[in-house]
Design a protein around this ligand. Structure first.
Ligand code: CA
Length: 250
């Protein structure tokens, strides 16, 4: 019997409190069963549809077979740990918000978790109301935001979650790099003027210069060209993202 089956605390969506969207599906991954029990009770009382997994394998199996809106993921798990669960999920294209539970003072763990694609962290021990508040914030951000996705050869962008993968590995991009890339992706094989790029990126800054655009394009090239994705300079005008072709043997 799994822990989740032993502790059926799911509540009906109608039991949600004001301000909480009904039936947000939440998966808690925690091997400490007394902590997991407390979390399930607290979050069920907040109106969430809560399930639990006691190890990484079970967590991955559940996420792959059922749609969850949010994951609360302990890092210290038996077998594959929380980092590996997170890495596999992101590599597999799962963009659901993930809140990791880390040991207090374990700064390296937090940094590593965020680098691997966690959306927030909570150091142990924590007060349940604080965790509940963070889950609420993440739930609002993540709910209903699956895709739309842009696929360009080995590059995948989830525009809602603002996450990107290159050859299945998470790709880190600064906000402006992201915006520039998105403009180019919307006009593959068409020339996009620098002015049009600035216009699309506007709102992020008042002082965005033509030179700045060149810097962002150059950073994007450094990240994308090793995977065969090319941004051509159209001299005196702008840039063009070329159609991606698989490299052939011949
Ligand atoms: Ca643990």
């Amino acid at each position: 019997m799994t822990f989740a089956q032993a502790q059926p605390m799911n509540q009906s969506p109608g039991a949600s409190r004001p301000g909480i969207l009904p039936a947000v599906r939440l998966l808690i991954v925690e091997d400490d069963t007394s902590l997991a029990t407390g979390l399930m009770r607290a979050l069920s009382n907040e109106g969430y549809d809560v399930a639990a997994a006691v190890n990484g394998e079970e967590a991955l199996a559940r996420v792959r077979s059922e749609p969850y809106d949010l994951l609360v993921l302990d890092i210290g798990l038996p077998g594959i740990d929380g980092f590996e669960v997170l890495r596999r999920l992101r590599a597999g294209g799962y963009a659901l918000p993930v809140l990791i539970l880390t040991a207090r003072d374990a700064v390296d763990d937090r940094v590593r978790g965020l680098d691997l694609g966690a959306d927030d962290y909570m150091p142990k021990p924590f007060a349940l109301p604080e965790l509940a508040a963070r889950v609420r914030a993440l739930g609002r951000r993540g709910r209903g935001q699956v895709g739309p996705r842009i696929v360009h050869g080995p590059l995948v962008l989830d525009t809602a979650a603002r996450r990107a993968w290159l050859n299945g590995e998470p790709l880190e991009m600064a906000a402006r790099e992201w915006s520039v890339l998105q403009v180019l992706l919307e006009r593959v094989e068409r020339t996009v003027s620098k002015e049009a790029i600035i216009e699309a990126v506007a709102g992020l800054s008042d002082d965005l210069s033509l030179n700045a655009i060149e810097v962002y394009v150059s950073r994007l090239r450094a990240k994308l060209e090793p995977a065969g994705i090319r941004i051509r300079t159209v001299r005196g005008f702008g840039y063009m993202l070329l159609e991606h072709h698989q490299r052939s043997a011949g």
